[in-house]
Design a protein around this ligand. Structure first.
Ligand SMILES: [Zn+2]
Length: 99
């Protein structure tokens, strides 16, 4: 495969051998306040929360209704499956939420 170098030379890649040439990237920390726990922290510019735990709590708070609905649906489906496994004559009642 022919390719051009930065110096403008045409060179041919003749080997699969490589050499590590990258180096670690360093990013400045900025002073922020976590919108979830309101504690100050030093984070990357793009960071919003102080920790994964706070990011998870905030995501749950944003979607609580949807998360609870999905959990309720899963619970009732599994409950119906357990009941059907105990007594195959009883048809599973799906998603009624009523005993
Ligand atoms: Zn936090």
């Amino acid at each position: 495969m022919d390719t051009m170098t930065e110096a403008g030379e045409r060179v041919t890649v003749v080997t699969r051998q490589t050499r590590v040439v990258s180096f670690e990237r360093r990013e400045a920390l900025v002073e922020k306040v976590c919108p979830q726990c309101t504690r100050p922290f030093a984070g990357l510019r793009r960071a919003r929360y102080c920790s994964h735990a706070c990011a998870q709590r905030a995501a749950y708070a944003r979607n609580a209704d949807r998360v609870r609905a999905a959990r309720r649906e899963r619970y009732q489906r599994r409950k119906a499956e357990r009941a059907a496994a105990r007594d195959p004559q009883v048809a599973p009642k799906a998603g009624t939420g009523v005993e």
